[in-house]
Design a protein around this ligand. Structure first.
Ligand SMILES: NC(=O)c1ccc[n+]([C@@H]2O[C@H](COP(=O)([O-])OP(=O)(O)OC[C@H]3O[C@@H](n4cnc5c(N)ncnc54)[C@H](O)[C@@H]3O)[C@@H](O)[C@H]2O)c1
Length: 333
């Protein structure tokens, strides 16, 4: 089966790895992708610039004229392919941006909705909605081996922090997705990723590149006070993307519902910092604490039983291997 993919946010951490995993040698798939470079650059897809199977547009999800042009291009190519798949990766993501409620609403909520309506208009068969484990907010773990998609959500409130606007917006997109599938307009699902990282992350906004870059540049790491207690799992972007594709390939899984995608390798932020130091050859790492983040759960542990049962997806990159790749790549730069 030959697929035509339409990917928003294609130069971001998830989008650029999707390009690599879709356009493997011999693949007859084709990608139309765009990004406004809000948090990325064209370098992330440099290995596929010049590949006739990949067309990139410097477009903004919120620009009607650009989206009209993008839709026309997808529509023109669609008849040549067995299936058209939309994947919405564009979003206002990094931690510091969680607090920007207007941008978050425009891109993550309205943008997701109009991109899905575009997919339906061009007759796409599938739409993958990237949501987030942030929706679990203060109930991000339980004693039974991780929080499930069917568990009740308890969001932090506006009095605590604007941060939850990111999670609230993403949660609303899950309802758009569910409604579209229930109404028979398209197949699709939402994916709740937890703490994705990549060896190619350009901006040290996430904790892993932040730790490695801090040791390299300052010889020490300054962590938030929350880090004295916080524990997290980390998902390599190779695995987040293989999960997206496992779902794309499994029609029966595209029932409009939600899938957790994460690992169960939980580590405290302090141990993560020490592990990075150890791998960088730093004997007595200096760790300082400053600042505090409201509405930050102490643990975030997701059950991935649902995706493992319904698809053949399993994470392939453990934390030790993923960190080795990050360290060798960041230090090279
Ligand atoms: N990284 C994580 O830990 C994580 C966790 C949970 C969910 N997610 C979700 O996964 C998806 C992909 O995230 P990512 O990790 O690749 O983040 P990313 O920031 O690396 O990629 C998002 C991309 O969207 C682009 N973008 C932002 N606004 C845009 C706009 N208006 N028009 C066009 N492009 C725009 C950015 O420039 C960036 O390249 C997002 O929906 C995100 O919310 C990510």
């Amino acid at each position: 089966m030959n697929r035509l993919y339409a990917i928003s946010g294609v130069t971001g951490m998830t989008g650029n790895e999707l390009v690599r995993q879709i356009l493997v040698e011999g693949s007859k798939d084709h990608i139309l992708g765009f990004d406004n470079f809000y948090a990325s650059s064209i370098e992330t897809v440099s290995d596929h610039i010049g590949d006739i199977r990949f067309e990139f547009f410097h477009y903004d999800l919120n620009n009607d004229d650009q989206m009209f042009d993008f839709e026309s291009r997808v529509g023109a190519l669609a008849p040549e392919y067995d299936e058209v798949v939309y994947i919405n990766c564009a979003a206002v993501v990094h931690t510091e941006h969680f607090y920007h409620v207007y941008e978050t609403f425009d891109t993550n909520v309205l943008g997701m909705k109009s991109f899905m309506e575009q997919a339906i208009r061009v007759g796409a068969q599938k739409y993958i909605n990237c949501s987030t484990s942030e929706v679990y907010s203060m109930n991000s773990w339980n004693e039974q081996g991780g929080v499930k998609e069917s568990d009740y959500l308890t969001m932090a409130v506006a009095e605590h922090s604007q941060r939850t606007s990111y999670a609230t917006g993403k949660l609303l997109t899950e309802f758009f997705m569910k409604d579209a599938v229930d109404e028979g307009r398209i197949k699709g699902c939402s994916i709740r990723f937890a703490n994705v990282y990549s060896k190619d992350e350009k901006y040290p906004k996430h904790i892993i590149p932040y730790i490695i870059n801090s040791f390299r540049d300052n010889g020490k790491v300054v962590l938030l006070e929350n880090s004295r207690n916080n524990r997290r799992t980390f998902l390599n972007n190779y695995d987040s993307c293989s999960a997206v594709l496992a779902l794309v390939y499994t029609d029966s899984a595209l029932d409009g519902t939600v899938y957790n995608v994460a690992t169960d390798e939980e580590i405290s932020i302090i141990d993560l910092t020490k592990l990075c130091a150890d791998k960088m050859g730093i004997k007595n790492p200096v760790i300082e604490f400053s600042g505090y983040r409201e509405s930050d759960p102490e643990r975030r542990l997701l059950s991935t039983e649902k995706i493992r049962t319904r698809t053949n997806w399993r994470p392939a990159v453990n934390l030790a291997k993923g960190l080795d790749e990050c360290i060798s790549n960041y230090l090279k730069e």
